[in-house]
Design a protein around this ligand. Sequence first.
Ligand code: GDP
Ligand code: MG
Length: 436
Amino acid sequence: MSFLKDFSKSLLDAINKLRGSTGDEAALKEFIRDIQRILLKADVNVNIVLEISKKLQEKIKEEPPQGFTRKDLILKELYDSLIEILGGRTKHRLQLNPDSLNVIMLVGIQGSGKTTTAAKLAYYLKNRNYKVGLVCADTYRLGAYHQLKQLAEKINVPFYGEPDAKDSIELALKGIEALSDKCNVIIVDTAGRHKNEQALIEEMKLMASKINPTHVILVIDATIGQAAYNQAKAFNEATKIGSIILTKLDGSAKGGGAISAAKATNSRVIFVGLGEKIEEFEEFDPVSFTNQLLGLGDIDLLSRKIEEARIEQKIKAEKFMRGEFNLKELVEQIKEFRKLGPLSKLLSLLPGFSIELPEDALKEAEKNLDKWEAIINSMTKEEIANPKIIDKSRARRIARGSGTDVKDVEKLLMAYNMMKRNVKRLKRLGFNVPIK
Ligand code: GDP
Ligand code: MG
């Protein structure tokens, strides 16, 4: 099976296993181990795998926003991490100027897929209304001329080459000259007979200094996995106008390693080759690539929902700290706080925390939370919004309705008033609501 399908399937299997589990700590840990195994199998560098595992592990301890589970949190983290190791949220594009001549020089070691990619890119750009021409500057390999000529004929774009030429730079210059009046994009296919990064880069520099391309693209065979790191790094250091095309992502078990290695060097991957056919070629976007891997983009959706919930929670907490809360919101917020640990412990971490602060009220609040919930459920909307209207007779009615004592109702009201007064003081002391 191909890398993409294989990688995607193992990720989906792990995700479905997690979704079907109870989501307890053991299940989450097993999920993390599954992910580690899958990433390592895709040849992602072990340090990157450890980094991701650490981030996933942190989610086991974290409290999810209301309405979400730890399973959700960990899936979101996986999603974000995948996007990150595959290139981040910025999509890099090939920037062409339609009003002037663009000369694209393709470099890469022999067999990496340059000639195929030259034709794929030509076809891709032709379909986007560029006038594309192909130049064969490979004087090294027998058959290079015929290979590109055939491809050019197949996709019907102008071609320049000489079957018996000796000097590749001279040939490239002649080709550019010959095609420049009918084309605005000229793609120069080179020999790249080197197996070693440094020699390849030297050759590229020499040629680039003579033909002065507007773009240099390094073609890397993704089946080499994380070994792509050295090539991408040397290349990235050598040229400012360079970007990368990864080929054979279809056929390699190590594709993930190649993409993440390129990202680790801060290189810009702009296209990927996904098969031998001309049209098996795509612009590379880490986000949509990740969505393809994880299927249907539902984790993308989940991820956005979690973000929204967090923002909502933050707004609520900020309102709370301004003392803007009704009784119901007080109970909700105390519950939120409680998830972070005992309130008294939380407060004790604050510098300058003194006894005049409502520790008693908070302790009381913690103890009485369930009772308070019942009390509030017996109140009318008006009473919740404006507890001042709760007089003795209302308090009796509420107590009866909630199976509590009038004293409990009074205690709640007292705590509420005290909290309202005191949060403002907390805020002045620099107490910020801890938000994940
Ligand atoms: P060059 O030596 O760098 O010019 O490499 P070629 O373009 O001649 O390609 C070498 C081999 O890789 C050929 O058999 C191509 O069909 C194959 N190839 C190139 N790109 C891809 C790709 O994206 N997927 C697959 N499966 N094969 C590819
Ligand atoms: Mg070639």
